[in-house]
Design a protein around this ligand. Structure first.
Ligand SMILES: Nc1nc2c(ncn2[C@@H]2O[C@H](COP(=O)(O)OP(=O)(O)OP(=O)(O)O)[C@@H](O)[C@H]2O)c(=O)[nH]1
Ligand SMILES: [Mg+2]
Length: 165
């Protein structure tokens, strides 16, 4: 089977659940206590999709660092932008993240995780749904849609690059 390497960056506001989503995906576990990420943490996982093995290196980047665009984001093949459905400032930060990606990383594939849907009664982020993004409602706590989130990004990374319009 063909095997390829892909680097993914996980970006978003502090406390939105980036580390929890990566931990759920890679180790299928969840930690209730909040331990802020201090820099950037790489994790590895291999996933099969469409007859190809994707060897993923997933960089979980501390929320307070996303504006700095440090070197660990620069050669990313794809991005996951995470917000916390219950906190408006994390939705605002997501939009800012997207603008930074556009400017600094160019037209790379990305998906949006509207996380912590286990805490929300509506489980819809109306504001983001107006944008033309691929939005996955996730819960790192229950595991809901976490595999789907990564598979959607792999799908996008396996498509030919979109031309800028
Ligand atoms: N209920 C619920 N809590 C969650 C979920 N995801 C994360 N949390 C909690 O939210 C807090 C922050 O999660 P983290 O994954 O550490 O957040 P982060 O985005 O990595 O934060 P920084 O590293 O500071 O940028 C922790 O207490 C987690 O247990 C979720 O889907 N549901
Ligand atoms: Mg973290």
């Amino acid at each position: 089977m063909r095997s390829i390497y892909r680097k993914i960056v996980v970006l978003g506001d502090t406390g939105s659940g980036k580390t929890a989503l990566v931990q759920r995906f890679v180790r299928d576990s969840f930690t209730v206590e909040y331990r802020p990420t201090s820099g950037a943490m790489p994790s590895k996982k291999s996933v099969e999709y469409g007859g190809i093995t994707y060897n993923l290196v997933i960089w979980d980047i501390a929320g307070h660092l996303f504006r700095l665009h440090p070197a660990f984001s620069s050669d990313a093949d794809g991005a996951i932008l995470v917000c916390d459905i219950a906190r408006q400032e994390s939705v605002d930060a997501l939009k800012e993240c997207k603008a930074i990606i556009d400017k600094k990383l160019g037209n790379i594939p990305f998906v949006v995780a509207v996380n912590k849907i286990d805490l929300s009664e509506t489980s819809k982020c109306v504001e983001l749904e107006k944008c033309d993004y691929t939005i996955i409602e996730t819960s790192a706590k229950t595991g809901k849609n976490v595999d789907k989130l990564f598979i959607e990004l792999i799908k996008k990374m396996s498509e030919p690059p979109q031309s800028e319009s």
